[in-house]
Ligand binder design. Sequence first.
Ligand code: ZN
Ligand code: FE
Length: 260
Amino acid sequence: MHILALPAFRDNYIWMIHDTRSAVVVDPGDADVVLAACAEGGVQPQGLQLAGILVTHHHPDHTGGVAALLRHLPVPVWGPLAEDIPGVSQRVADGDEVVLQAPELRLRVIEVPGHTLGHVAYHAQSERLLLCGDTLFSAGCGRLFEGTPAQMLHSLQRLAALPPDTQVLCAHEYTLSNLQFARHVEADNAATESYQAWCEQRRGQRLPTLPSTIGRELQVNPFLRSDQAAIRAKLEQHCGRPPADGVEAFAMLRQWKNDF
Ligand code: ZN
Ligand code: FE
């Protein structure tokens, strides 16, 4: 299986998974990017055949290309049951399985409310892949546009519980800016320091910092570490009082990041 991060807009990635003949794409905000990748990739001269589209949530930078792709080719489009997204033909909820013949792929749906209320992630257990949209970013997490801190924390905890070698395919290249905040709230974290150096090198060569892994995120992502003593102490210093519980610690951290 081949995994491509197709850059779109300013900092989006449209993930493409293909077997050199057939491809699925995730969150195609821009159809032209996908069509160009299909034409250039795979077994020539046919290129890649688009076989399906997966959508994680309703925001336009993740759905804007769906209609144009469907005009090109009527393929199945999977998307969250709880959101009304034009073009979605297969509405999925927690625990559902998405089964693709080509490329051969089985994905389990995980509902991850927080960034939006209906947001879903797709987990391919045998390929060790997580398509998490705008929920988990490398060294960060999505903004809470619709959900509560308790919902987002629970969603992130479910993703964090996946096997550590799971590759994390996030929808945005936010890693370096997230790391500035991560370094600020957890200055003594050696893993974050060396990861930042590696990410700077990657971005210097215009290469993606993604995919990350669950194992790495557990080491560097403050939003998966808001229960750590060092972060709680920083939160107390910043907010003038200690967080009452885990949800409040996460809420304080998310608010701090918004203002950072
Ligand atoms: Zn979004
Ligand atoms: Fe987005």
